[in-house]
Design a protein around this ligand. Structure first.
Ligand code: NAD
Ligand code: ZN
Length: 358
């Protein structure tokens, strides 16, 4: 089964194709949108070893001439240094402004490649081929591209929409379970903020999803991607509605930073979603039953619902106050009011914040 979601934005409309075997159709999908010729694929050794040959094959048979550039695996590659090396490599190869650049990999490759595509010669056509669950439901959609500057996450970036997003869900079969769980946190997030049907599906199917049943994963990926597309369509420039995507992230970023990034993003977001849900319950905005359901689905994904370290609360408070999710000096929390609806609050009493962090 292949799903096509159309993203309609002011400057550009493009399809997000999700399904089994989409990688093999990428050549034809791109040929519909771009005249054939040279294309550059950027990937890392882990993903390249598994999927670069398949991608170059489909591109070649659709009349393209692909060249593959590999950067080291890991968040450290999302840097100005790596971007600089890529500009030089593209210039050496005499890559022109009309040559599409394809990102084959997870969020790191997508963010880095998108940043380079947005800026090389003031912008070249860009294609996302996300291969992690997180990238297929979150980072691959929405047009936010960036690199880190030193320790500052996503400090230099742009809004730059791709021509096409091609998500082959069979690539998730080789993804380590840890990364499946990481992405599942964002799938749960999408369900809680906007999609009660997806939420019920997750409640019924979590063990099957973690076992990487591709049909089940494909359904979940397409529903979660649809949530992201809907939100982005309504707030392309991140000025309003898009803040609901930060559910679990106000606390989550604090957890990541207090742990010195030893706690992974998905794990931190899981802890953050649990804390935000407890806060919503404490404020009388969420029923006890819905709180239970949210905590249960997070735990079913093998993700934690509280901070493991004792007495972490003061450090977390300090970290939150340093985070950028602050509105006029006030902490902003995205709180669930039911399954599928959230609301933003900036007036939460610090004592209640400390209480739900315990
Ligand atoms: P990642 O890109 O580092 O991928 C995780 C690991 O899985 C890597 O080692 C990668 O090589 C490997 N991998 C990827 N696909 C694989 C496959 N199919 N089989 C086997 N291994 C595979 O991590 P991620 O979680 O995908 O992305 C994290 C990044 O995304 C962060 O830098 C974060 O800031 C960014 N992000 C961006 C947005 C956005 O809107 N642009 C949103 C959320 C996160
Ligand atoms: Zn996230």
């Amino acid at each position: 089964m292949t799903y096509q979601i159309h993203v309609n934005l002011k400057e550009r409309s493009y399809p997000v194709c999700i399904g089994e075997g989409v990688l093999g159709q990428t050549g034809d999908l791109l040929a519909e949108r771009n005249s054939s010729g040279r294309v550059v694929v950027i990937t890392n050794p882990t993903v390249g070893r598994l999927y670069a040959a398949g991608l170059t094959e489909t591109l070649t048979s659709s009349g393209f001439e692909p060249e593959v550039i590999t950067v080291p695996d890991g968040e450290a590659s999302k840097s100005l240094t790596t971007a600089g090396k890529l500009y030089e490599s593209l210039a050496r190869r005499k890559v022109e402004r009309t040559t599409p650049i394809l990102a084959l990999g997870g969020g790191v490759i997508g963010d880095l490649t998108g940043f380079v595509a947005a800026t090389y010669q003031r912008g070249v056509p860009f294609v996302q081929i996300p291969t992690t669950l997180l990238a297929q439901v979150d980072s691959g959609i929405g047009g936010k591209v960036a690199v880190n500057v030193g320790r500052l996450k996503n400090m230099a970036g742009a809004f730059y929409q791709p021509r096409l997003v091609a998500s082959d869900t069979t690539t998730l079969l080789t993804l380590p379970l840890k990364e499946i769980r990481n992405g599942m946190a964002e799938v749960i997030k999408s369900a809680v903020i906007h999609d009660p049907v997806l939420f019920a599906f997750l409640e019924a199917n979590m063990p099957v999803l973690l076992n990487r049943d591709v049909k089940t994963l494909t359904y979940a990926v397409h529903r979660a991607a649809e949530v992201k597309v809907n939100v982005v369509e309504q707030d392309e420039g991140d000025r309003g509605l898009r803040h609901i995507l930060n559910f679990g992230h106000t606390f989550g970023h604090a957890v990541e930073s207090v742990s010195n990034f030893k706690v992974g993003h998905g794990t931190a977001v899981a802890i953050g979603m649990a804390a935000a849900s407890r806060m919503a319950y404490r404020l009388g905005m969420l029923s006890g039953n819905d709180l239970e359901r949210i905590l249960k689905v997070i735990m079913a994904a093998g993700l934690p619902v509280s901070m493991v370290a004792k007495n972490a609360s003061p450090a977390l408070m300090r970290a939150m106050l340093h985070d950028k999710k602050i509105d006029n000096g006030k902490l902003k929390f995205i709180l669930p009011t039911g399954i599928g609806t959230v609301t933003a609050r900036t007036d939460v009493n610090p004592e209640i914040i400390a209480e739900v962090l315990r």
